[in-house]
Design a binder for this molecule. Structure first.
Ligand SMILES: Nc1ncnc2c1ncn2[C@@H]1O[C@H](COP(=O)(O)OP(=O)(O)OP(=O)(O)O)[C@@H](O)[C@H]1O
Ligand SMILES: [Mg+2]
Length: 205
């Protein structure tokens, strides 16, 4: 991880150009380690900000109204067009204007608006999520808004094991965790895998 991380960090630092906002996207299947890597990059690049795609999860009540709660995490359970609009704003910072991004609260299983302030001078915005490289629907516009895109492709067994452990840590029983990881999450994982060809860099841990 250390060698791989140092190489990735150097690449992120090289992206930064004085006076010009850069947007780095990190994609990959559920549990691939996107959030973990993005947090480490942002912690190491001065002034950078993490804006997760997950902040655009639709609220639970809206998913229920739409009858999509059972497949929370699928591409049509997010406000993809809202995410695209935010990326456009983030690419064109306005002097003196802080742009606010939402966050997904895994403990509440709900998004929270206005949670991440992005100051206009932030040199690098790191965004991460499952569907950054999808070529369908509103998602198709995301790739063109990223200056660079990485795709995380860890060993599949490792990814699945970490995903189940994380579900358990956030309160699911082991049986329920395995049901999600092998059911809903797995269908999404296949979709995500199909989009890896649009990345600039493939990261196999
Ligand atoms: N390099 C690593 N070594 C060990 N554990 C890791 C590593 N990267 C991630 N993990 C663990 O694996 C789990 C999944 O990682 P993470 O939450 O970063 O994945 P993700 O790609 O953001 O998943 P999701 O798409 O569901 O948001 C977490 O519990 C995390 O702590
Ligand atoms: Mg994540």
């Amino acid at each position: 991880m250390r060698t791989s991380f140092d190489r990735l960090l150097a690449r992120a630092l090289r992206l930064c150009v004085p006076g010009r906002r850069q947007v780095l996207g990190i994609a990959g299947a559920p549990g691939a380690g996107k959030s973990t890597l993005a947090e480490r990059i942002v912690a190491a690049v001065p002034g950078s900000v993490l804006v997760p795609m997950d902040g655009f999860h639709l609220a639970q009540a809206e998913l229920e109204r739409l009858g999509r709660a059972e497949r929370k995490g699928a591409p049509d359970t997010f406000d993809a067009a809202g995410y695209v609009a935010l990326l456009r704003r983030l690419r064109a910072p306005v002097a003196g204007e802080v742009v606010y991004a939402p966050l997904f609260r895994r403990d509440l299983e709900e998004p929270l608006a206005g949670a991440v302030p992005v100051p206009p001078e932030a040199p690098l915005v790191v965004t991460e999520g499952n569907y950054l490289l999808l070529g369908t629907g509103p998602w198709a516009a995301v790739r063109g808004l990223l200056d660079e895109a990485w795709f995380l492709a860890p060993d599949p067994d490792t990814r699945l094991r970490r995903l189940v452990e994380r579900h358990v840590r956030y309160g699911r029983s082991r049986a329920e965790a395995e049901r999600w990881a092998n059911g809903s999450d797995e269908a999404n994982a296949r979709l995500v895998e199909g989009s890896r060809g649009r990345a600039d860099l493939l990261v196999a841990e």
